[in-house]
Design a protein around this ligand. Structure first.
Ligand code: 5CA
Length: 164
């Protein structure tokens, strides 16, 4: 029997189940707080990690969720263009308020309200990718085709830099 998931990881598992997706949240013994740590703990490429980053609209104050490949940086100028207003990186409090989770465990779904979302097209380079699942040790594996099912995000080019 797998050990019982922690409360926040269970919330993500429930959100996946509510969508009818057979994806399993796992809690690992090692930290998955950052993309490099997650890749190390899982044994996958950093580019296969889905970073769930929250930005704040400079004029509207609205949250923006950006799902970025672990080896890319989200280009703020590009995000501002997409959002139609300047954007800034959100504070830890703002992240918690709008996603219900703390930085390092923010999942791409299961938020109190759906967030406007952009998805890095480079995440589609791999058939299988991994995302955070509510805690800094919890992750779930998903297929690239699942990205569209778990968010209503638009797939865009986001990277300002690509790893070689
Ligand atoms: N669990 C992994 C992926 S499986 C994870 O959550 N990675 S992450 O990249 O989505 O989350 C860490 C990100 O949070 C960092 O890349 C960074 O952009 C952001 N972050 C870390 N500390 C802060 C902070 N103090 N304020 C705002 N953002 C932060």
């Amino acid at each position: 029997m797998p050990e019982q998931l922690s409360e926040n990881a269970q919330k993500v598992q429930a959100a996946l189940a509510a969508l009818g997706l057979p994806l399993q949240v796992v809690e690992l013994p090692a930290s998955t707080r950052t993309a490099p740590e997650a890749a190390e703990a899982i044994g996958c490429q950093i580019a296969q990690i889905v970073k769930s980053l929250v930005f704040k609209g400079g004029h509207s104050g609205k949250p923006l969720l950006v799902l970025v490949s672990g080896s890319n940086r989200a280009d703020e100028a590009r995000l501002s263009e997409l959002a139609g207003e300047p954007v800034e990186k959100a504070s830890p409090d703002f992240v918690r308020q709008h996603t219900g989770f703390v930085i390092g465990g923010v999942p791409p779904l299961g938020h109190p309200q759906p967030l406007q979302t952009f998805i890095d097209e480079d995440l589609l380079n791999y058939p299988e990718i991994w995302a955070a699942a509510g805690t800094p040790r919890a992750v779930f594996r998903l297929g690239r085709e699942d990205l569209n099912k778990i968010t209503t995000g638009k797939i865009v080019r986001l990277a300002s830099q690509r790893s070689p």
